[in-house]
Ligand binder design. Structure first.
Ligand code: PBG
Length: 302
């Protein structure tokens, strides 16, 4: 709801009238253990269905939750400027990971987070946790867990500024592809809706998330693989060229094996801007990871 209101406010500021269509997704309600066959698009399908049914014209997603497989019925019309990308450790006192007691229980359903937690502290008991942010926080409060890992972006959006927590560095915990970014979709045949939201697009954010998502797609990672990726577009002195940095990590779920590859791309900014260089960069890093044995780790995580 916060995300939809945020986008609506951006549209209102540009003279586009909006009406909110509140929806409940499977991600809000499904508390069963994570299962990749059932749960691809768990947070996003219901919202896309509203586009198909003409219940809504604009779909607002967390980009991290949006499957990388292209659905021709929808177009990604805008990726607004990105929020903080990092994960954080939330606990009653907000202590850092190193200060958790030996054998502490840490909640996360993400193999990416589990693997990185285990590689930092192999004594921890990392256990699954499901549901939206509020549900997860209630499980922390009830004492089921000593700490949980959440994206800082989600907490900032929910205005939980006072919630005790410590942010991980990018070295400790590389985020998921697309984390901290929103993705705004419209029906592919709806040029009017596309034009109404396209001005919310932030080109540097789009390049970064396209590069990250290309790694995930190229490795056929899906939402359950222990794959992390972070890309950022750095400003260059002239405005004709851009520089895009990308780092991606594939791990074994127990955290004992870790593959990391990076690459940089400097490219001329086409007019209109193109995603080609970001896709090329993502493909190159995925290829390096594949050559290093990433597919074996991804298979083993299934
Ligand atoms: N899978 C749920 C989800 N999807 C997006 C976010 C956080 C916000 C974001 O990454 O943009 C979260 C919660 C979390 O990971 O803590």
């Amino acid at each position: 709801m916060w995300q939809a209101r945020h986008v609506a406010a951006g549209l209102t500021a540009h003279g586009v009238a909006t009406e909110l269509v509140p929806l409940v997704s499977g991600g809000d309600t499904d508390m069963r253990p994570i299962d990749g066959s059932r749960q691809v698009g768990l947070f996003t399908k219901r919202i896309q269905q509203a586009l198909v049914d003409n219940e809504a014209d604009i779909a607002v997603h967390s980009l991290k939750d949006l499957p990388t497989q292209i659905d021709e019925r929808f177009s990604l019309a805008a990726v607004p400027p990105r929020e903080v990308v990092t994960d954080c450790l939330v606990s009653p006192t907000g202590i850092a990971l190193a200060d958790l007691s030996v054998g502490a229980r840490v909640g996360t359903g993400s193999t990416r987070r589990m693997a990185q937690l285990k590689s930092l502290r192999d004594d921890l008991r990392v256990e699954p946790i499901r549901g939206n942010v509020q549900t997860r926080l209630s499980k922390l409060e009830s004492g089921e867990f000593d700490a949980i890992v959440l994206a800082e972006a989600g907490l900032l959006r929910l205005e939980m500024h006072d919630l005790p927590r410590t942010r991980f560095s990018l070295e400790e915990m590389l985020p998921a592809p697309g984390q901290g970014a929103l993705g705004i979709e419209v029906r592919s045949d709806d040029a009017e809706a596309y034009a109404a939201v396209n001005h919310l697009d932030d080109q540097p954010t789009r390049w970064a998330v396209v590069a990250e998502r290309t790694v995930l797609a190229a490795l056929h990672g899906g939402c359950l693989a222990p794959i992390a990726a972070y890309s950022v577009a750095l400003p260059t002195a002239d405005s004709q060229t851009a520089q895009l940095n990308l780092t991606a990590v594939v791990m074994s779920t127990d955290g004992t094996q870790r593959l990391e590859e990076s690459a940089v791309s400097s490219f001329e900014i086409a007019s209109p801007p193109s995603d080609a260089a970001a896709i090329e960069l993502g493909s190159a890093v995925a290829e390096k990871l594949r050559a290093a044995g990433a597919e074996r780790l991804i298979q083993a995580a299934r």
